[in-house]
Design a protein around this ligand. Structure first.
Ligand SMILES: Cc1cc2nc3c(=O)[nH]c(=O)nc-3n(C[C@H](O)[C@H](O)[C@H](O)COP(=O)(O)OP(=O)(O)OC[C@H]3O[C@@H](n4cnc5c(N)ncnc54)[C@H](O)[C@@H]3O)c2cc1C
Length: 317
């Protein structure tokens, strides 16, 4: 429970920003260390994974599990040990001095330690059909969904490293992978390009954008527009993997914590950020793996470190 000071500021040992796999795993570990952590859910309760029908690669669920259901289980497990989860969004943060200050829509907190797990959202194409067919052939993660498209013809949108990495990975399952790129050359590194051009399952459509994703209950085709000629064509496909980048939710921390060139929070192996007592975990600090299991693992590590940090702090006081 919070202890409020004279100004109505709630005092907390540990505050966790975000209720995705990283935030709720951190909450579980911190709760089991009797820190009674408070989790601010943000706008997406249970995080990105809650938006998908089935998760088949989280260990312990041989038949797979619904994204919403998994999020609810994460929450129940953390609450069982004393984590408090509240629907609120952090709006302003001051990390200049200990204790740190966190403002939210409805409160102000003074916290000794902070775990940031605000995630990174995949960039969308923003075309007709994309939202309705997400999880029905539209995907932002080849590792998560590639398996569903065994022996199918599929497309990947993008021209950078992640588009080629996703595309090459998908050739393990699919019959063919067509990269759709808005330019006439790729931005990806030379080695990846060589591997892609040498792979007989990889094909390329240049100078083109997807203007619509078509399908009733599942993806059936994409409408393409050639940006040089203006010509429109229909390409049949069973899946559209969108690989045009991610947007880390780190704006609030930009002037206070070290970020990398893409905006991800820089952490070391202990999930420590550039400020002692502030930890980051999950996709906000991970441009590489972007999985429920890896995010949850980082969240657990961050909580273990936060416990150690608070013990050291208490010993000094
Ligand atoms: C459609 C889809 C399907 C997927 N399928 C799979 C799959 O099958 N298997 C798999 O392993 N992975 C899958 N993923 C990826 C997986 O969901 C992510 O890797 C994982 O959710 C990342 O966890 P996270 O806790 O780091 O961040 P997120 O899940 O992104 O959670 C971020 C949290 O931060 C909160 N937040 C943001 N800003 C604030 C703020 N200012 N204040 C407070 N809270 C804030 C949000 O509300 C949210 O709760 C999928 C992703 C998508 C989008």
């Amino acid at each position: 429970m919070s202890e409020n000071n004279a100004n109505g500021i709630a005092k907390r040992e540990l505050l966790i920003l975000g209720s995705g796999p990283a935030g709720l795993a951190a909450a579980l570990y911190a709760a089991r260390a009797e820190l009674a952590p408070l989790v601010l859910t943000g706008m997406t309760l249970h995080g990105q994974a809650s938006t998908t029908d089935t998760i088949e690669n989280y260990p312990g669920f041989p038949e797979g599990i619904g994204g919403t259901e998994l999020g609810q289980l994460f929450q129940a497990q953390a609450e069982r040990f004393g984590a408090e989860i509240t629907m609120d969004v952090a709006t302003d943060i001051d990390l200049k001095k200990q204790p740190f200050s966190v403002r939210t829509y409805s409160n102000e907190y003074s916290v000794k330690s902070l775990i940031i797990t605000t995630g990174a959202d995949p960039k969308k194409l923003d075309v007709l059909g994309e939202k309705a067919l997400t999880g029905r052939g539209v995907s932002y993660c080849a590792t998560c969904d590639g398996w569903f498209f065994k022996d199918k013809d599929i497309v990947v949108v993008g021209g950078g490293d992640s588009a080629l990495e996703e595309g090459l990975f998908l050739t393990r399952f699919s019959n063919s992978v067509t990269i759709i790129h808005r330019r006439d050359e790729l931005r990806a590194g030379a080695i990846l390009q060589k591997r892609a051009f040498n792979n007989p399952k990889m094909h390329f459509i240049w100078d083109s954008v997807v203007t619509e994703i078509i399908g009733e209950d599942a993806v059936e085709a994409v409408q393409l527009k050639n940006l040089k000629t203006g010509q429109e064509t229909l390409k049949e496909t069973k899946a559209v993997f969108v690989a045009i980048g991610h947007h880390p939710n780190s704006e609030m921390f930009a002037d206070q914590l070290e970020l990398d060139e893409l905006g991800y929070i820089v952490v070391n192996q202990k999930m420590e950020t550039s400020i002692p007592g502030v930890f980051a975990a999950g996709e906000i600090a991970d441009p590489h793996y972007r999985q429920v299991v890896t995010s949850a693992g980082m969240g657990a590590a961050a909580a273990i470190q936060a416990v150690r940090y608070l013990e050291d702090l208490e010993a000094k006081e």
